[in-house]
Design a protein around this ligand. Structure first.
Ligand code: BG6
Length: 369
């Protein structure tokens, strides 16, 4: 049942090309335009949406954070990401023109379910992004956009995360197309770039030998920091979450720009820091800014583990290790950059002799509030 792999998590990491590919399948028509008939929400209602709130927990919430950057850019609709368990208690601003998008692998997370019910009571339009057919959250929502990652058994989410991000991109591009925003014309081009991602993940998965080696050397590490910027920020937090969940190591993800406002005080000689570097073609010179951050922490003795695109030579002088990912357009990068962080956490957990698929104290789906 583990398909020749030692753990479900390893199997599921390796199924990620297919999870992304299958989630894209059937979501465009012959002309290449997005068509989401499955939503069964009148287009008119979707055109009226003037605010989007994403509700989710854990890894699914990080998928939501990635989605915020992409959906806002493509649609110019303001997107807020709320942890589902906070949403109901913050007197949320929601009305009939609000689209509440829930993200849940299991479709059974009680916190997320209660957030969806609350949103519906307030009159919002609700769409569930979910991996489990017939589960509760899709049934309680106006519409569902299924991720097609296949069953995810390991408690720590991997392929569902990539499928959730993919589904969010599809939804964002569909809304952009529907509303004819500035980026509507680009939707087809982004879709064709997305179709290239599964092959790139596959390629990446074949180059994880060094990441595994680094993880094994770090079995005694007590703390690891993760930095990222823009869409790399939720990736940094997801990398930290994987390490907490699987290897019980203190880990924190920061926005790289926040470094000088506090976290840099944590840097002492030998402190390992992963840095998720935006591609050199990321707007607003973000690549150079993150390279400066690497330089700053390296000067203070950090051990810099840099995740950067192939061909990005600017990082080399400041990196103790460079982990290469294939090129893709900036907003799509999380589908690639998170993969080495998943493999790192898996391998470190294994090196410590821990139960990778069922980490202590955690449940695959939390059905109590
Ligand atoms: C946690 C799981 O309890 O719930 C995480 O351990 C998951 O892996 C989170 O991200 C949310 O679960 P779901 O099923 O709503 O996506």
């Amino acid at each position: 049942e583990k398909g020749g792999y030692d753990t479900f998590m390893e199997k599921e990491i390796n199924e990620q090309p297919q999870a992304v590919g299958d989630t894209l399948l059937g979501r465009t028509d012959e002309s290449g335009a997005l068509s989401l008939d499955e939503l069964r929400i009148p287009e008119e209602k979707l055109r009226q949406v003037d605010r989007i709130t994403i509700v989710a927990c854990g890894t699914a919430a990080y998928a939501g954070m990635v989605a915020k950057y992409a959906i806002e850019h493509w649609t110019r609709i303001p997107v807020e990401v709320a942890l589902a368990h906070e949403f109901r208690y913050c007197d949320p601003i929601v009305d009939e023109r609000t689209l509440v998008v829930s993200i849940s692998q299991s479709g059974e997370t009680m916190d997320t379910l209660m957030a969806v019910k609350h949103a519906r009571d307030l009159g919002a339009l609700t769409i569930s992004i979910c991996n489990t057919h017939g589960s509760t959250i899709p049934r309680e929502s106006d519409a569902v956009l299924y991720t097609h990652a296949g069953p995810e058994i390991a408690v720590a989410s991997t392929k569902a995360f990539l499928a959730q991000i993919t589904a969010c991109y599809v939804l964002g591009l569909y809304l952009a197309q529907l509303r004819g925003g500035v980026h509507a014309d680009n939707a087809g081009q982004v879709m064709s770039e997305l179709h290239e991602v599964p092959g790139k993940i596959d390629q990446l998965l074949h180059t994880m030998g060094r990441v595994r080696e680094i993880a094994r050397f770090m079995a005694d590490t007590r703390s690891v920091l993760f930095l990222g910027r823009q869409v790399g920020f939720p990736v940094a937090m997801e990398g930290a979450l994987k390490l907490k969940e699987l290897a019980y190591i203190h880990a924190e993800g920061f926005a790289a720009g926040e470094l000088k406002h506090g976290p840099i005080a944590l840097i002492e000689p030998g402190q390992p820091v992963f840095i998720v570097v935006p591609g050199p073609d990321t707007p607003h010179g973000l690549h150079g800014k993150v390279v400066s951050n690497i330089q700053e922490i390296r000067a203070r003795g950090a051990r810099t583990l840099v995740i950067a695109e192939e061909g990005d030579e600017a990082v080399v002088p400041f990196a103790d290790e460079v982990i290469r990912v294939p090129h893709t357009s900036p907003l799509l990068q999380p589908l690639l950059t998170v993969v080495p962080l998943q493999v790192f956490a898996l391998e470190l957990s294994t090196a410590k002799g821990l139960d990778v698929d069922q980490p202590r104290n955690l449940a695959k789906s939390v059905t109590v509030e």
